[in-house]
Design a protein around this ligand. Structure first.
Ligand SMILES: [Ca+2]
Ligand SMILES: [Ca+2]
Length: 113
């Protein structure tokens, strides 16, 4: 289990340095790796709700559901532009267009590099 956590941290670290390091030159790769490992450990402890040092099937599924719910709530708030607690067709299409525009911008920036 510890090995899995460390591998996950290493993968996250590689992805993070590839994407974010140029913007954060004041943090050394070693410091960033330590921060990521401690973040992964904290996440593990957060998922292991009974604190027995093992993430059970139920603990994992509950965590995943909570994360999806949190993301869903966040997406809903972003799409519901007027805060009416309902999404109109116009709000939905506006949000979708905004996502598509951002994607197109990212892809053209990647193509330019
Ligand atoms: Ca547990
Ligand atoms: Ca609305």
């Amino acid at each position: 289990m510890k090995k899995t956590v460390l591998i996950t941290a290493a993968v996250l670290f590689s992805a993070f340095t590839a994407v974010a390091q140029p913007a954060m030159p004041e943090i050394s790769p070693e410091e960033m790796q330590e921060k990521l490992i401690s973040a992964v450990k904290a996440e593990f402890d957060n998922i292991d709700t009974d604190g027995d040092g093992i993430i059970s099937h139920d603990e994992f599924i509950e965590y995943q559901i909570a994360e999806i719910r949190k993301k869903g709530e966040e997406n809903f708030r972003n799409i519901d532009a007027d805060g009416s607690n309902d999404i109109t067709e116009e709000e939905y299409f506006t949000a979708l267009k905004s996502v598509m525009d951002q994607l197109a911008e990212k892809m053209s920036r990647l193509a330019a590099d």
